[in-house]
Design a protein around this ligand. Structure first.
Ligand code: NGO
Length: 520
């Protein structure tokens, strides 16, 4: 467990746990650290050819989770994957049961995981909680289960320690962002990233779908956005784009893992790809050339033209219809060519468009200087961000401070990939801070959560992205999930070191930073 917990606190199932915090060596390597975890490593649940998965009758969503677990276990314990069966009373010995039951104190994402030598049980209010319980169970199985056939053979019999875990997240928003505009990522690359996010119980994937260098999502009413505006990327290599069917596939794959896609179309700046695709979007009516550099701030939609708002309305309508989640991110960052008044009028008008299409508007922290609805959300990224006025009016914030959680920042001066305009972001820097004390102007109740952006000016493919995201994504996930009282850098670095073999088994190209005692 992450910290020394008294037995009584573990027994107080469901009640908020108030542990005595005595840092001890970790006894497991679950990331993010659970609220309360009591393990008995000498008693073990062993996966055998007779293991079954029990789900409630008539609940398709939970049945699919049972299947997800069965697919994950696959052939590691026997000649066939464990069957998914309707739960019996009393439960079958050797079963792993997924159960929905009322546990009000656990909230919509919490779970109880009980592992004994006889059986495993995961109980939650909602399917999301069961999914997170499954991720914890998974991380208690040996790393070899993640991939390597030879190592699975050596690791047999596969078992998990007996445990009593009660857990729920601190923040509702635990996100990461992929910049697929500067360098395009294929659908399969994004699905891979979604799977890595799921391992750490992250639940929001923000896709930065357009920027100066490329427009990456098909808009049927404005086809040239992708036909022309999607052709290139940073450095002049071929770009790419998602068809609407591609995008739906990513949305569905994410939803199966309880991850909500948050689409971003950055505006009014960061719009060169659109301005290159449609001459009428420019104030002078002249299409701009495609751009493959990495400067920012030079482009803007023509905020005085009606066609601009027809364009935005079409884009929000089409993407909104493809996106079951409630959010639409309008960017709003780094506009250097408009007056403050023109900028504010633009954002306020766009906020109306987003709301008319039934979505919640999100924007980078520059939008906090405009008249926001209390339902809109500000994403803080700059050191000089000051959303105090917006927060006072009820607007919520997502914390993405560049100096802590921009995963495109170099780890240290020796890191080949990445940028360093916000400094170097060591794993400890990403881990060792508390959202509640980040800014005097932002009290904890105004914080929806944290999000780690991965900007891709220097990252050409998923291997580059993994190298920058791992292991810092694990650190940020714990900032978002685990109670402050359970977190200590000294303990986390050891736990992360033990988690390393799992990343290896997953084939992840992670950075073996010197701050962490990696296990071989
Ligand atoms: C800034 C900028 C992006 C860059 C990124 C690089 C925001 C919100 N706008 O973050 O265009 O890609 O830094 O770190």
């Amino acid at each position: 467990m992450a910290v020394g917990l008294s037995l009584s606190s573990c027994a107080s199932r469901g009640r908020p746990v108030q542990p005595e915090v005595t840092p001890v060596a970790p006894t497991h390597e679950v990331i993010p650290a659970p609220v309360s975890a009591h393990l008995l490593p000498n008693d073990r649940f062993v996966l055998t050819p007779d293991t079954t998965i029990a789900v409630p009758a008539g609940n398709d969503r939970v049945a699919r989770l049972g299947q997800y677990l069965s697919d994950f276990i696959g052939l590691i314990a026997g000649p066939a994957a464990p069957p998914v069966e309707t739960a019996t009373n009393p439960p079958k010995p050797g079963s792993i049961s997924l159960e929905i039951a009322s546990r009000p104190s656990l909230g919509p994402e919490g779970y109880e995981l009980t592992i004994s030598p006889e059986r495993v049980s995961i109980v939650a209010n909602e399917p999301a909680g069961l999914f997170y319980g499954l991720q914890t169970f998974r991380q208690l199985l040996p790393p070899a289960v993640e991939y390597e056939a030879a190592r699975v053979d050596e690791a047999r019999p596969i078992s998990a320690p007996a445990a009593q875990i009660v857990d729920q997240p601190r923040f509702a928003w635990r996100g990461s962002m992929l910049d697929v505009a500067r360098h395009f990522l294929s659908v399969d690359e994004v699905l891979r990233y979604i799977d890595l996010m799921a391992l750490y119980k992250l639940n929001r994937l923000h896709l930065h779908l357009s920027d100066d260098q490329g427009w990456r999502i098909e808009i049927t009413s404005w086809p040239n956005l992708t036909v022309h505006g999607g052709r290139t990327e940073v450095g002049g290599t071929p770009g790419g784009f998602y068809t609407q069917a591609d995008y739906r596939r990513m949305v569905e794959y994410a939803a199966e893992r309880f991850i909500t896609i948050v689409p971003e179309i950055d505006m009014p700046g960061h719009t060169n790809a659109a301005l290159a695709s449609y001459a009428e979007l420019n104030c002078d009516g002249v299409a701009r050339p495609l751009y493959t550099g990495i400067e920012v701030g030079f482009s803007s939609l023509c905020v005085g033209k009606d066609v601009t708002y027809r364009f935005i309305d079409d884009v929000v309508r089409e993407i909104g219809a493809l996106t079951p989640g409630p959010y639409f991110h309008v960017g709003g960052d780094e506009v250097k060519t408009l007056t403050a008044d023109d900028y504010a009028r633009f954002i306020e008008r766009v906020q109306g468009i987003v709301q008319r299409h039934g979505k919640v508007m999100l924007g980078w922290d520059e939008v906090a200087a405009t008249s926001l609805s209390p339902t809109s959300v500000v994403q803080v990224w700059r050191p000089e961000a000051n959303p105090a006025d917006a927060v006072a009016k009820g607007t919520k914030v997502i914390l993405s401070p560049a100096s802590r959680v921009y995963l495109d920042m170099k780890y240290d001066p020796e890191t080949a990939l990445g940028l360093n305009w916000a400094g170097y972001v060591a794993v400890r820097t990403a881990y060792d801070w508390d959202p509640a004390s980040f800014s005097a102007a932002i009290r904890e109740s105004a914080i929806l959560g944290v999000e780690a952006p991965v900007w891709s000016e220097t990252l050409a493919n998923i291997r580059d992205v993994e190298y920058m995201a791992l292991p810092r994504l694990a650190a940020v996930a714990e900032v978002g999930w685990s109670p402050a009282s359970q977190r200590s850098w000294e303990e986390f670095r050891v736990r992360l070191g033990r988690h390393g073999p799992r990343l290896t088994a997953l084939g992840a190209s992670f950075k073996r930073v010197a701050e962490v005692p990696w296990q071989p």
